[in-house]
Design a protein around this ligand. Structure first.
Ligand code: PMP
Length: 368
């Protein structure tokens, strides 16, 4: 039986093929007699799983050799403390506020450094990104933080800021939790990237950090050893027990992503093409309708998280109930924004977005 389409913002839908492999290997991974969950993280079996996952992620996102890939725990919110503990030196860091997640990052960083708000879109209710030319960057800042895709407000940087061109020599730190591997990353513009795996990569519990070599070894004295990037890097993410199951499933997802093809493209470029087409279908439908609306500026819209509203909000409950009956799950918007949100990550096939648009059209027809 076909599974429903799941539009959860995260933990989110996984590629079915990945779930099937994980299921088939659940009791006995490759003749080892063990489930991956039962293996020592220091054994040769898990060592191979981890090395392959890291190499596949590097290939998938074309991560240059002078960046370390770290598999950690704690999620995006722990990184809001871990990044300033590792990069700020207790001095100043700049934050660009574009929605809930970057706002949380700035707030948490205040415990460890002076967290300057260089720009904010709060006056526009987080519906458009502040133009980089207007950012008030601090000379000599230890780093500049942006959330490159705001999961709740549905705004996404279509291009990462070029800090050097803005007159700053600070490294850029990006929270790419909710669009990692949905599009290529321009690593020339990035010093550090972090993200929880539970949206685009795998189960909750794994956090991936990609950090440029020269940014290691700056941690504050108070930084816990298990969260010191240099310690984690020096120990190949095995300073303490890493989230072994998460690394394994994410590794299967990386293989799946590498195999995807679309219009003659492969891997993350194929995913980008597919994600553009999926997002266009949904936004075009919403924009053409008088029944639904999306309030985000067109050039700032997220390809991954599409918040939308029924113009008559009294129909929200009926919309959600009908959606569940039609096999379209978890469409309720975040409580801080209201309305609906369709998260259409890598694992959401075009057919899922088509089914959603079909349902929305039918619902409009019977309720308009
Ligand atoms: N950053 C972003 C962009 C997110 O979407 C989320 C989770 N929704 C977080 C951070 C927080 O992640 P976690 O719950 O793993 O701490």
């Amino acid at each position: 039986m076909a599974r429903p389409y799941n539009f959860s913002a995260g933990p989110a839908a996984m590629p079915e093929a990945v779930l099937q492999i994980a299921a088939s290997e659940m009791l006995d991974w490759h003749g080892s007699g063990m489930s991956v969950m039962e293996m020592s993280h220091r054994g040769k079996e898990f060592g191979a799983i981890c090395t392959q996952a890291e190499a596949a992620f590097r290939t998938l996102l074309s991560i240059p050799e002078h960046f370390h890939i770290l598999f950690m725990q704690g999620g995006g919110l722990a990184e809001n403390a871990i990044v300033p503990m590792n990069l700020s030196r207790g001095t100043i860091a700049d934050f660009v506020i574009t929605g809930s997640w970057s706002a949380k990052s700035q707030k948490e960083a205040q415990r460890y450094c002076k967290a300057n708000v260089a720009a904010t879109n709060a006056d526009a209710q987080h519906t458009r990104l502040p133009d980089p030319a207007t950012w008030q960057l601090t000379q000599g800042a230890s780093y500049v933080h942006v959330c490159s895709n705001e999961t709740i407000h549905g705004v996404e940087f279509q291009e990462l800021p070029d800090l050097a061109a803005l007159g700053s020599d600070a490294p850029l730190a990006i929270d790419f939790s909710s669009h990692v591997a949905s599009r290529p990353v321009d690593w020339r513009r990035v010093g550090l990237a972090f993200g929880g795996a539970q949206k685009n990569l795998g189960p909750a519990g794994l956090t991936i950090v990609v950090v440029r070599d020269d940014l290691l070894g700056r941690a504050l004295e108070i930084c816990p050893s298990a969260f010191n990037y240099k310690t984690v890097a020096d120990n190949q993410s095995m300073f303490n027990t890493p989230p072994t199951w998460g690394i394994y499933v994410a590794g299967l997802t990386f293989q799946w992503l590498l195999q995807q093809t679309e219009d003659g493209r492969q891997g993350v470029e194929a995913m980008e093409n597919r994600n553009i087409a999926k997002a266009r279908l949904l936004y075009d439908f919403i924009d053409a309708s008088d029944f639904y609306e999306n309030r985000v500026a067109v050039d700032c819209r997220s390809r991954m998280n599409v918040p939308f509203f029924l113009r008559d909000e009294r129909r929200n409950e009926a919309f959600l109930a009908g959606a569940r009956n039609a096999g379209l799950l978890q469409l309720k918007g975040h409580k801080s924004v209201g309305g609906m949100r369709a998260s259409i990550y890598n694992a959401m096939p075009m057919a899922g977005v088509q089914a959603l648009v079909h349902y929305m059209r039918e619902f409009e027809r019977s309720h308009a």
